[in-house]
Design a protein around this ligand. Structure first.
Ligand SMILES: Nc1ncnc2c1ncn2[C@@H]1O[C@H](COP(=O)(O)OP(=O)(O)OP(=O)(O)O)[C@@H](O)[C@H]1O
Ligand SMILES: [Mg+2]
Length: 508
């Protein structure tokens, strides 16, 4: 796909301006900082990604234009970080997805998609059927008495929690059971007996017809009035088909699927030992479980190590194409097997990650779907050793310190040592001179170790010494072996030699 034309968004100039501004403030801070505390951290998650400028540029487009992405690169170069950051740039979901009970065929629950406006409207209706709230003075006197507001003797109002009138001291509640010799045994709380929570009455409407009015104690100071119209509305709302929400409107538009099973990706209908019996069992619509593809509707579906999905990739590409995928019971011996929810929506943006060696194991039709409506991006492993990129590494260290929350900031000396280590790693791991590594997970490991060392020794800032010690302690086992034996080969020979019986010794 041709990228160049798409960069011309109205907001691109804006972003460029902000980026320039934040880059210049970073450079200014980097020129004179004493500790990473002074280094500004950008607010936008995509701007916190260091050194992957091309990938970030494409990420903005993917979020804006809803394109798929295949991110390829070695571990710890920011693939997961990038996918998550993209989801912050997506608009909030506008649809809620539910399954409804289907009274005619319970095994075929129906899908209902509600927009934000519809949800708001129903909420408003629910609020309306809460009835009209009035003061106890506004309701008939006998209602105020029965609800526990008015004194039966003097008519003064007080909180229904007070059993005695605050003005004349008279008892507010009728002790009806007290007339019976067993009243207090039958109902030990007989004191409250005279105080009702609801009072049903009737009145004549303007047309002269009798209508029911219910008065309810709402709280200590108010009464809820439910007249005929409200009661009818409430009745119709209650009669609404019951539903189960698969994707709530307030969901986060980022779903990670490990690809561990078809169920995780495509959903399931749980088994019911009572076979969904109307009286004993759980109705089928309540047993429907959405898959990651359904939960990611309108958002990002992130799949790490996409090739590990193996044959499941085929289902994924159908879901991408159709933008809906049926939910069925996956256990053929379970009661869920007879249940099917057609047309469950799954319009997601796929972000898949892979390391270079696994590319051949990604299904060609799936790659074709990604390339046909998206981008394949190769992440960088190094960046040029320029002043700007060194400043970016300082920003990275500041971000990591903040993310960790338990380690101190770094001094200028500490950051210089870290930059030295980034330079060394670019040279040894990627055979690139005058460059800084972008295998940043490993570098963040060094930052944490150095931070721990500084913290344990009670320092306010982690310095160059702490970084050097952290690099020493943070060496991989291969590096440790090479250091001790000269090469990995010699190390392995040494190991074999030790395991074999030495000459002249008997083997037991
Ligand atoms: N380009 C980057 N900018 C900022 N931080 C980064 C970058 N790359 C990696 N990191 C740091 O390294 C951590 C790990 O990165 P991430 O999980 O995104 O790597 P990955 O490429 O998904 O690795 P894997 O292939 O192992 O899944 C991040 O949480 C972040 O702290
Ligand atoms: Mg990852």
């Amino acid at each position: 796909m041709e990228n160049a034309g798409l960069f011309a968004f109205a907001s691109a100039a804006d972003r460029q301006f902000r980026k320039k501004n934040s880059a210049s403030s970073l450079m200014a801070a980097f020129g004179s900082f004493e500790s990473t505390r002074e280094i500004p951290i950008p607010r936008q998650p995509l701007e916190q990604i260091v050194g992957q400028d091309e990938a970030v540029r494409i990420a903005y487009i993917a979020a804006k234009q809803r394109r798929n992405l295949l991110l390829v690169g070695p571990p710890g170069t920011g693939k997961s970080l990038l996918a998550q950051a993209i989801s912050f740039h997506l608009p909030r979901p506008t649809e809620e997805v539910n399954v409804l009970h289907n009274p005619e065929t319970p095994e075929r629950p129906l899908v209902e998609v509600r927009t934000l406006e519809q949800i708001e409207k129903e909420k408003r209706m629910m609020r309306e059927v809460q009835g009209r709230l009035v003061t106890p003075q506004e309701v008939p006197a006998f209602v105020a008495e029965r609800l526990g507001f008015a004194c039966r003797r003097c008519g003064q109002m007080s909180s229904p929690r007070h059993p005695a009138c605050q003005s004349c001291g008279g008892e507010k509640f009728l002790k009806e059971q007290a007339h019976s010799p067993f009243g207090d045994l039958v109902n030990p709380y007989f004191e409250d007996e005279g105080r009702q929570d609801r009072v049903h009455t009737t009145r004549l409407d303007p047309g002269g017809r009798e209508e029911v009015v219910v008065y309810e104690r709402a709280d200590d100071r108010r009464v809820r009035v439910l007249d005929q119209a409200y009661l009818e509305k409430m009745d119709s709302l209650r009669k609404k088909t019951p539903r189960k929400t698969l994707a709530p409107i307030s969901r986060r538009p980022f779903v990670v699927a490990t690809g561990a099973s078809e169920t995780e990706l495509l959903g399931d209908v749980r088994h019911d030992p009572y076979g969904g019996h109307p009286a004993l069992g759980t109705p089928p619509y309540l047993r429907v479980v959405p898959g990651a593809v359904h939960e990611a509707h309108e958002g990002v579906l992130f799949i790490d190590e996409i090739s590990a999905l193996a044959y499941i990739q085929r289902f994924l590409l159908t879901a991408m194409q159709e933008k809906k995928y049926p939910i069925v019971g996956r256990n053929p011996h379970g009661a869920g097997a007879s249940v099917k929810v057609e047309n469950a929506p799954c319009d997601f943006l796929l972000i898949a990650a892979s390391n270079i060696n696994d590319i051949p194991n990604i299904l060609p039709p799936l790659r074709s779907r990604i390339l046909g409506n998206g981008y394949e991006v190769l992440l960088q492993t190094t960046m040029a050793d320029s002043a700007q990129n060194r400043a970016k590494l300082a920003q990275f260290a500041a971000q990591e310190v903040r993310k960790d929350g338990r380690i101190p900031h770094f001094s200028r000396g500490g950051i210089e040592a870290l930059i030295g280590e980034a330079r060394r790693r670019a040279k040894t791991m990627d055979k690139t001179d005058a460059a800084l590594t972008l295998r940043l997970r490993e570098l963040s490991g060094i930052i944490r170790l150095a931070g721990d060392i500084a913290k344990i020794s009670g320092k306010e800032l982690a310095d160059a010494k702490d970084v050097t010690l952290a690099v020493e302690r943070g060496r991989s086992i291969e590096e440790q072996l090479t250091k001790r034996y000269g090469s990995l080969y010699k190390a392995s020979m040494g190991d074999v030699g030790a395991a074999e019986p030495s000459e002249g010794k008997e083997v037991s």
